[in-house]
Design a binder for this molecule. Sequence first.
Ligand code: ZN
Length: 154
Amino acid sequence: MKRAISFHYRLTDSAGHEMDSSTGRKPLSFIEGMSQIIPGLEGEIIRMKQQEKRTIVVAAEMAYGLRRPELVIKVPRAKLPKADLQVGDQFRGGAETHAPIFKVTDLDATDATLDANHPLAGQDLTFDIEVVEIREATPQELEHGHVHEGGHSH
Ligand code: ZN
């Protein structure tokens, strides 16, 4: 049997800045063993109990990976999707949902430097976790590969 686990989280970077949080929103849910959340987090949460709170530090390698220098590329400005892009702007490199996000990190007269690393790559992440609910996943959830909540059906 596989379990459906929901939890609240607060994510901070190594300097203690909050980067994301589920506070005020619905908890995040996943079905264990399906790689729906980062591996370093799943490995710890599946050993927690309902209502338990813990702080979990996930090394970059077990979170969004290390930064890959080959994902930083230089392209002629004429090839950018928009003419008025500024340093710091981001755009998706294609129409597909999983197309990489490029961030403009430098611009000169002729070329743009783009970085396709995940914004959290190379960072050790600290999660304050509170497990909200642990229950058995339903056959339909296992079939769909995601958690159904609050009467969601299709
Ligand atoms: Zn479904």
